[in-house]
Design a protein around this ligand. Structure first.
Ligand SMILES: Cc1cc2nc3c(=O)[nH]c(=O)nc-3n(C[C@H](O)[C@H](O)[C@H](O)COP(=O)(O)O)c2cc1C
Length: 148
């Protein structure tokens, strides 16, 4: 099961998640899409491919609503799972903090033995052409190599 999980306050990350969903639809790949507010974190254990799209807050912290998911990943063994990290942050918060929530999830996903599909995609504020192209690229890679 492909699960797109997103967290968004002002809509940028929701737009990115929807754009990812649309690009999968266009190539006939099935998925679920959920706002992290509405999920039970144990969903991670029924996920074959995780597309995680989240914002970063207060100096590099993960969204409050994603803390339980973070803990669940930390306490799980996910060696059969593949993941892709995408997020919108704001470069004005400094290079070190820019989309740092993605790096925090990367760390626990890696420790849980999940495998990365492509490099983390860090977007500055709204979706742009570069992000759009990269999303298409990742979707195609996913359809070709990971969906059976
Ligand atoms: C109080 C506050 C703190 C923020 N801190 C960071 C940060 O440390 N790093 C970062 O990349 N973006 C930071 N941002 C920017 C948001 O992550 C960015 O605006 C993002 O696009 C919001 O996503 P959303 O539209 O999906 O809610 C911060 C924004 C606010 C309002």
């Amino acid at each position: 099961m492909i699960n797109i999980l997103y967290s968004s306050i002002t809509g940028n990350n929701k737009d990115i998640a929807q754009s990812f969903a649309d690009s999968l639809s266009n190539i006939g790949v099935k998925y679920n899409i959920y706002d992290i507010y509405n999920i039970d974190p144990s969903i991670i254990n029924q996920t074959d491919i995780l597309i995680l799209v989240i914002y970063t807050y207060d100096e590099g912290t993960i969204p409050d609503e994603s803390i339980e998911l973070y803990e669940e990943i930390k306490n799980s063994q996910l060696s059969g799972m593949f993941y892709q990290l995408i997020g919108s942050g704001d470069i004005m918060y400094g290079k070190e903090n820019f989309n740092a929530a993605l790096d925090k999830f990367d760390e626990v996903l890696n420790l849980s033995n999940a495998k990365k599909i492509s490099d983390t995609l860090k977007v500055n504020l709204m979706m742009d052409e570069r992000a759009y192209k990269k999303i298409l690229e990742i979707s195609e890679k996913l359809a070709k190599n990971y969906v059976f």
